[in-house]
Design a protein around this ligand. Structure first.
Ligand SMILES: [Zn+2]
Length: 438
């Protein structure tokens, strides 16, 4: 494989040398943070860390407290509007973004010019790993609102020298036309939107599979690591589909290489831990905990992402030594649906439903009726025999997950479409308005 690296030295470094560099970077960050960042100074000094030199090993790191989203939210409420996790005076910052707010109040996050450049570097790693070069023309099918993903992806394109074409303020039809007009070779959008755009274009008589798009990169939702969804995107676009993972408050931390064998963690810029969500102890299958190393102005140390991940063993054929996550983000820790005693991740249902090319959009609901959990799947079918399709999906769910599901066909175009953060899974047994995010 002809691997393209952004930084071949760091991306192929042995574990010990990599950890030494991570530790050095963290110590450098801790200098100004311990001095001027109220939020982390309090937390870290309470844990016995008073000077960067107190942190001598990864074992020392594991003695520091976790940071949770709930703590960040209450800090921002208490010290409105930006909270007390600020290392510099407000005038030092040049960018502000906010989270989508799908799981609570939006968090606001500030970047300095320096940390904004760091974001661009992290995205450049994503592009290079997928094989994007300065010769590429990248289309961003996003609305360009206050969500950081749009802007950071755009900025990263500049860094690698590709041509960046913004797709905000356009209908899907206009976007499809723009992709042809600008001879686009790389598409960046959510996995849901990639499918929706291809579907809309097809209805308008535009064949995007024969366009020059040969790479698609997906952010915002984890679908591009779900094999059946990945496969469907690759077929619809005649392209290779790559997953990417990031978060407004953390950074663009994950990318897929050309081996397409799982999600690499960018360990050159993030320290990665995986912990048991109950005990906080290290494990190979649990919650992802990250520390970022390039965002001194508003850092995160041992942040519990809420993402469920599993370590992939063995070396990747791309030659990178960065940790790999098997199947990307498997789901949110709190998104696991327990249906009649069986743990089901929404991605497992998605992977079954998307295997049927006849299925367009779908939605999953879990109810409790007469003390019994019921799993109900609504699907829009594009073609085929409806009875055969519903019974085939029912069978696959039973064989794959050990669950009985009701499968209902609904008319085409009646289920909601999503530009960002698709919500296809609703657990009606929980408090009202609590939808799980996929
Ligand atoms: Zn790889």
């Amino acid at each position: 494989m002809d691997t393209i690296y952004l930084d071949p030295f760091i991306e192929t470094l042995g574990r010990d040398a990599l950890e030494q560099i991570q530790l050095k970077r963290l110590q450098m960050m801790l200098g100004p943070v311990l001095r001027d960042n109220k939020f982390f100074r309090q937390r870290l000094s309470a844990a016995g860390l008073r000077s960067p030199s107190d942190l001598r090993s990864m074992v020392d790191l594991r003695r520091l407290p976790f940071t949770t989203k709930a703590e960040l939210s209450s800090d921002q409420a208490e010290h409105a509007p930006y909270g007390s996790n600020l290392t510099f005076p407000r005038e030092a910052y040049t960018r502000i973004h906010q989270t989508s707010g799908t799981t609570g109040d939006p968090l606001r996050w500030l970047d300095t010019d320096e940390s904004w450049a760091w974001w661009a570097r992290c995205w450049a790693t994503v592009y290079r790993a997928a094989g994007v070069t300065p010769r590429d023309r990248i289309f961003f099918a996003f609305s360009f609102g206050p969500f950081i993903g749009f802007w950071s992806a755009y900025e990263g394109a500049r860094l690698i020298g590709a041509l960046a074409v913004p797709g905000g303020g356009m209908s899907s039809y206009q976007r499809a036309k723009a992709i042809l007009e600008h001879d686009i070779s790389t598409l960046v959008c959510t996995p849901t939107y990639a499918l929706h755009l291809a579907e809309t274009a097809e209805q308008e008589g535009i064949d995007l599979a024969s366009s020059n798009v040969n790479i698609t990169i997906h952010a915002g939702e984890p679908g591009a690591s779900v094999p059946a969804t990945k496969n469907r995107i690759e077929t619809a676009w005649g392209a290779r589909c790559y997953d990417h993972a990031g978060a407004t408050e953390m950074g663009a931390w994950g990318f897929e290489c050309q081996a397409q064998a799982g999600l690499h963690v960018n360990e050159g810029e993030f320290i990665c831990e995986i912990v048991d969500p109950e005990t906080g102890q290290p494990t190979d299958d649990g919650e992802l905990v990250l520390t970022n190393l390039g965002r001194v102005g508003m850092p995160l140390i041992r942040y519990r992402t809420g993402d469920r991940v599993r370590v992939k063993k063995g070396a990747c054929e791309c030659g990178r030594t960065f940790l790999q996550l098997d199947g990307g983000i498997i789901g949110r820790i709190d998104d696991v649906l327990i249906v009649r005693g069986i743990n089901v991740f929404p991605s497992a249902i998605e992977n079954i439903v998307r295997r049927f090319p006849e299925v367009g959009e779908f939605a999953v609901d879990v109810y409790r009726r007469k003390e019994l959990d019921e799993l109900q799947i609504r699907i829009e079918a594009k073609s085929g025999d409806p009875d055969a399709l519903t019974s085939a999906i029912t069978n696959e769910i039973r064989n794959g997950l050990g669950l009985r599901a009701g499968v209902d066909l609904v008319p085409h175009g009646t289920l909601p479409r999503f530009d960002l953060k698709a919500r296809r899974f609703t657990d009606h047994r929980r408090a009202p308005n609590r939808s799980s995010t996929k």
